[in-house]
Design a protein around this ligand. Structure first.
Ligand SMILES: [Zn+2]
Length: 94
């Protein structure tokens, strides 16, 4: 991968004290944004935020395995599933 340019702010600035009592600026990668519900925009609780250097989250930190897990919050998922069921039953009756 190509090197990111420090001045572009795609990297975050970290002030690091180095030996010799000097403060230097190091550029490090930013952490991922918090995941939000695609319908209402509410922040999804318990969702893993990948930090640079990490690859695979622990089992307990992975997204929920239910339908729309990690995309919709639980209440939006419930509404969506109910709407789909009503739609399907309406089609079969007609
Ligand atoms: Zn939602």
């Amino acid at each position: 991968m190509t090197k990111k340019i420090p001045k572009s702010r795609s990297l975050r600035k970290v002030f690091v004290k180095v030996p010799g009592n000097e403060v230097k600026v190091h550029f490090r990668e930013r952490k991922e944004k918090k995941r939000a519900c695609a319908e209402c925009g509410k922040i999804l609780p318990g969702m893993f935020r990948n930090s640079p250097g990490n690859s695979k989250p622990a089992k307990t930190k992975r997204k929920p395995s239910r339908p729309f897990g990690g995309i919709l919050c639980s209440s939006c998922m419930r509404k969506k599933v109910q709407a789909n069921v009503l739609k399907a039953s309406g089609d079969s009756n007609a």
